[in-house]
Design a protein around this ligand. Sequence first.
Ligand code: MTE
Ligand code: HPA
Ligand code: MOS
Length: 782
Amino acid sequence: MRMGADPTRQQESTIVGAIGTSVPHDSSQLHVTGGAIYTDDIVESQGLLHVAVGMSSRAHAKITNLDLDAVLAAPGVVAVMTADDIPGANNFGPVLDDDPILAPGLVEYIGQAVFAVAAETVDEARKAALLASIDYDDLEAIIDPREAIEKNSFVLPSETLERGDCRQAIGAAEHSLKGNVSLGGQDQFYLEGQIAMAEPAEDGDLVVYSSTQHPGEVQHRVAAAIGKQAKDVIVECRRMGGAFGGKESQPALIACIAGLMANKTGHACKLRLDRDVDMIMTGKRHDFIIGYEVGFDSNGRISGVDFMFASRCGMSADLSGAINDRTMFHCDNAYFLENVRIISHRCKTNTVSNTAFRGFGGPQGMFAIEYVIDDIARYLNKDVLEVRKCNFYGKTERNITHYQQKIKDNVIAEIVDDLVDTADYRQRVEEIREFNRGSAVLKRGIALTPVKFGISFTATHLNQAGALVHVYTDGTVHLNHGGTEMGQGLFTKVAQVVANELQIDIDRIKITASDTSKVPNASATAASAGSDLNGKAAQAAARKIRKRLIRFAAKHFSVAKSEVQFRNNEVHIGGANGEQRLAFAELVHLAWLARVSLSATGFYRTPKINYDRATFSGRPFFYFAYGAAVSEVIVDTLTGENRLLRVDILHDCGDSLNPAIDMGQIEGGFVQGAGWLTSEELCWSEAGELQTHAPSTYKIPACSDRPIDFRVRMLESNANPASTIYRSKAVGEPPLMLALSVFYAIRDAVSSVGEQRRIPRLQAPATPEAILNAVMEQQASR
Ligand code: MTE
Ligand code: HPA
Ligand code: MOS
């Protein structure tokens, strides 16, 4: 077991599932044997109907006529439904009421739900949905964010965050550069697509099984849609087959449609999107247009930077406000920006409403400053790492972010220095230069990029969590909390917390489905804060019960409370009469006989955070997670094809709760980020039709795309200075941004084509096509 610096960690614990041990994911066996029950595997009740959605074929139009006769007459069809049939609120938007469930006579993107049809089988429902006759009166459609800016088309007001006077600083600087770059979006491509099943209960109530990161929100939106209240709807989710942010807000659409149909027909109703529909109808990572102007000295130290961010939000606000805020917070990455202005446009386009995706706008901000740093180094013909280092935040000075948060936990220099050594960075830079001099077609490139990622929801009120723990008289435990499991191992980590607090083996704890009737008002499991929040809430609940048991045992055995200790599935009772041990279950049974309550709720709210959105200042983040990666690539300059040769990662998980799970998050996050920046490309036609909506045209990384040589390490003995659960650190999102190193390694390889004389204009994603374009520009400049 790894020893944590947190004294509350049980130092000699031998329980299965002790904190800091690599207990397997609680469902790992069920995952690989097919025994894990996902929403679509839940036994269907008698008379269940399958729902399909009729989608808009226009990006922006008035519906002048909607004829569903053929749909209703199709085989197996039981019911159809349009916006007019919604008894309650026709909205599933998480923040604003601008997301209609079914289009109310106006469509705003291709793929928008216009009507729903319920039939006896999936195939019947899906076939029937294609039979509608819809007449449109086309309106002007805006697809591109550039056009949105020109036409002042925004889902939310543009924001500006400013410190110092960047214009003055850039004007006075020794050197300056300006440029722009486009950065693509990304589909979440969870294995399990969006799905919900709604079952009618007594008196018009509904029980909804939803693949969602946010059961509480689904509960509220479904209740409002059917014209009822939160108390009338229960939402449950045992697990998701991946979510990656794509199930933070938009499962509400799927659940509302299933719920409305169940409400209308009195039958259980299930809506499961197939892959194409899922990709067309639900939102993705925001793509961006980024403009910048930077002033710097001859060392490459930035004196002023002026950023313009414009993201394609799609037809509604969804979570775009918080996402674009996070872009503004993270366009410093690990660098001190003394004079900075950030203008952020949240463009309204007639495309699907973009949403959360691992990193939540952070990766886009970090991409931008890394682009600027890379430009500076190439302009000055300096080592990029040296330019990075001279811009790093300091520990005692240059340590206040542009949003006025003082950074107290900065370990970026330690991580980077360690990685430079262990990855042989400097020697490999030389070898690569040498290789490239002798290689006309194949070019290698290398880059080391840092990550600093702020942990907490930026909306302060969301940083709260609840848990519910029952101990049964046989000493086994029922555990519930407001978090959801999407493969990230949250349920295992929280069970480890409870196992540790009660000092019992983890297999005595039943991990149960997220359920709005057990723990209410939970935030989405997001912002990487799942284990920070729910771990603490479950700890609080377990400690309440432990305290009651201690009080009882002290009285029962006539010893001091300090002489009752929980250890290794037993309770040790000290005292003058010598030590007595009894099994945990025995004590529990005795306590029950004495009528001690064995059930408790726990609550947690993140301390010390406070932040004023109006001024973009304060302390939005409880702490930061850090990491760095070195990537080396080889690029074929005739085709743009490339391979990831070697990746070295050093990542900070604080005192890891579960190193195996955290390693999985690091590796998975990195590979997912590499996909975003290299092979995953979303293309829209001029009419606004998504043309990449299946794995045939949208290429996520395969096993063969992982780095040939992949060396991942976690930072040793770095207990989180912030008092998180057992001093661990959130790990869900930060590693995705380690993949920035892949993009910049490719840019490094491309720049060697022009013998480093010209700054390559590589766009993201660096697909073979984008690489080839950049290579040809380099060649033209020779
Ligand atoms: N890991 C897996 N396997 N599947 C997922 O869907 N989502 C990521 C990350 N890791 C995800 C994942 C995202 S976007 C977030 S915010 C966190 O997990 C959420 O879980 P946590 O807060 O418990 O880390
Ligand atoms: N991250 C993820 N999801 C969120 C956030 C955030 O900062 N704020 C609101 N939803
Ligand atoms: Mo993660 S993007 O915060 O769901």
